[in-house]
Ligand binder design. Structure first.
Ligand code: SF4
Length: 623
């Protein structure tokens, strides 16, 4: 094993040993480790030495750029010549030839990859990308040693390459075969078409990798999303226009592409009228296929041929765009692929939905995350870490992980530093949340809790809609404090600026969303956040999708409510609560406004009928 680069804190030596023993046995370490345990450094120290000794690589899966940087920094701290490289998802912004073209900024990784291959293709006048052709005369060995020595973060590596006239994306591929640790986003492992290419670049098969999943509590939802596909009314309109611009080709006996799209739009409108209730609606089995067959006068075989023909037409359009160095996108191709996936998706594993009102869409939603978790069983071993992964056995079952070993480590910080209170005067139950007197009491409790002390406080609302309603009814004036907002669709830099301004404020109030980016991924050290008011236990909304999930988990595991409602709500709540205490000297209060908290075990919150008094008392005692 490599040496641990810091003095061990309680629990760390044991955790490194546990991970190391598990990977030696080709197992899967499933670990809940609270704040301060040092998840990145312990998982690296438990895996890297073994990987190097056995010609393997550690694939460290991250969801954010800051987690990726942390992996590179901790690998550098271990030293010992470890080569760690960060690979980022493909986009136009990572290509010096494409980044200034606004049309390309929305390109998917697949589209950018196709366009890149057109630039790299050698014509009579040579390769059209100077950043690619310059690699041929580059001393790759010296670049590898430079990365090993300097541990550049991805942005720094890109800049170094571009300053030398080299393509950063291609240069990373040359470093990968030499790397011990590779920090990559989830899609590199869980999207089959990306994984195939990535494995070729690594130079070792998947069975020679050890996968570490950071923030693993996100993985089940992510894997469901990866397998879900959808097609919106807007996307159909774009496909219709594209067909018109390209001569509206025939796909079957006098039937053109726009004929098929027009009928599909009619069927979507019918689905909205007949089945949509609030957010979504479940469609009967074969609804879309049967409606299309009947309206277009086709058999199921005929319908499949029409989709195939549309895919070929779309493919041709994308190819012609690529040759003109335009974004190789075809809405006809996307729509036909969606239709084929919709028809082929297993009725037991996918629920067919109509979703949304303003830009409605068909959605084939995958119920089972384990369908995409195969790489976790094909690799040599894996490590799954999170501060909120409990119950660990449920995680392993849901993900279909083989040979799991479990370890729970509490936080490193004194539990008495965090006071957890809850009120049973209110509920955020969907039927009652806006009814009186519940809503009025809730509003008063928020104002009274925040106003009890002048410390930096985050109010976690259950949704933007709920937050906006409270704001439109004057809660900001009532609080009389500086308010900072997490806004819907906020860019990363705006979000970080808001968080920074709030952190530097004295007595600032941050309005944010439970389960949003602030509640999951942001650190608030010292007194930059001393109190959190969580408005409601974040049980999921009872939509058609949720009911389908519930039924599926009932059938598979005998307890849909536990998997679909109780566990996710508890994890989200613990994530939000965990923002308050980030070091051994932090002290703070969490107030939960929802009597349903009593139905969740293990959160140790205290029923309190006078929250302002309890909060004042806690802060007047400086510990
Ligand atoms: S090789 Fe690199 S620089 Fe050239 S087009 Fe592809 S991504 Fe862009």
């Amino acid at each position: 094993m490599v040496d641990f680069p810091y003095p061990y804190r309680p629990g760390q030596r044991g955790l490194v040993g546990f991970i190391n023993r598990t990977i030696r046995q080709r197992g899967c370490a499933v670990v809940e480790a609270g704040t301060g345990v040092g998840k990145t450094i312990t998982s690296l120290c438990g895996t890297v030495g073994y990987a190097r000794d056995h010609g393997m690589k550690v694939l460290y899966l991250t969801r954010t750029k800051s987690q990726q940087k942390q992996v590179i920094r901790e690998s550098a701290a271990i030293g010992d010549g470890i080569l760690c490289v960060g690979v980022q998802g493909r986009s136009a912004s990572s290509c010096p030839l494409m980044r200034d073209d606004p049309e390309l900024s929305s390109g998917t990784s697949e589209e950018i990859s196709k366009l890149c291959s057109e630039y790299k293709r050698k014509g009579d006048d040579g390769c059209h990308c100077p950043y690619y052709s310059a690699i041929e005369s580059t001393d790759i060995g010296s670049w590898v040693e430079r990365v090993r020595r300097d541990h550049p973060e991805p942005e720094d590596f890109s800049k170094l390459c571009e300053d030398s006239g080299l393509c950063p994306y291609e240069m990373v591929k040359y470093v990968l075969p030499e790397a011990d640790v590779i920090a990559v986003p989830y899609p590199f492992v869980f999207m089959p078409q990306v994984l195939d290419r990535f494995i070729q670049w690594l130079g070792v098969p998947l069975s020679k990798t050890i996968i570490v999943v950071d923030e693993a509590h996100n993985l089940p939802d992510y894997l469901r999303e990866v397998q879900t596909c959808e097609c919106s009314m807007r996307a159909m309109e774009l496909a219709e226009k594209e067909a018109g611009d390209n001569g509206d080709p025939e796909v079957h006996d006098g039937m053109t592409v726009t004929d098929v799209i027009a009928v599909t739009k009619e069927v979507l409108s019918l689905a909205v009228r007949e089945y949509l209730i609030d957010d979504d609606g479940m469609l009967p089995p074969y609804f879309l296929q049967e409606e299309l067959m009947s309206r277009l006068g086709l058999t199921s075989n005929g319908l499949s041929k029409v989709f195939k023909a549309m895919e070929e037409i779309g493919d041709g359009i994308a190819e012609r765009k690529k040759q003109r160095r335009k974004l190789p996108r075809s809405y006809i191709m996307s729509m036909s692929r969606f239709m084929q996936a919709w028809v082929l998706g297993d009725e037991d594993l996918y629920v067919r939905l109509v979703v949304g009102e303003y830009n409605p869409k068909f959605q084939s939603y995958c119920l089972d995350p384990s369908g995409a978790s195969g790489p976790l069983n094909e690799c040599h071993a894996s490590v799954h870490m999170s501060g909120t992964l409990e119950p660990l056995d449920a995680y392993a079952i849901e993900m279909g992980i083989e040979r799991p070993s479990f370890l729970r480590l509490g936080g490193m910080f004194p539990p008495e530093n965090l006071l957890k209170l809850y009120s049973d005067e209110v509920t955020m139950n969907y039927e009652e949340r806006y009814t009186e007197p519940n809503y009025g009491i809730l509003r008063r409790l928020i104002v009274d809790s925040v106003s009890a002390v002048n410390v930096n406080t985050a109010v976690f609302f259950p949704s933007y809609q709920f937050m906006e309603r409270m704001v439109s009814e004057g809660i900001v004036d009532e609080l009389g404090r500086d308010i900072y907002f997490e806004e819907k669709g906020m860019g990363q830099s705006d979000l970080m600026e808001t968080v920074e301004n709030f952190s530097m404020a004295e007595g600032g109030v941050l309005f944010c969303i439970t389960g949003g980016r602030i509640s999951e991924g942001i650190d608030f050290p010292a007194d930059s956040l001393e109190m959190a008011v969580v408005v409601g236990v974040p049980f999921p909304k009872p939509t058609a999708k949720l009911r389908a999930l519930h039924r599926y988990y009932d059938i598979r595991f005998g307890d849909g409510r536990r998997f679909i409602s109780t566990i996710p709500a508890t994890r989200k709540l613990r994530q939000a609560m965990g923002r308050v205490i980030r070091s051994e000297t932090d002290r703070g209060v969490v107030v939960i406004l929802d009597r349903r908290i009593s139905s969740l075990g293990g959160l140790d919150s205290i029923l309190c009928r006078d929250i302002p008094v309890a909060v004042k008392s806690f802060f007047s005692n400086d510990g």
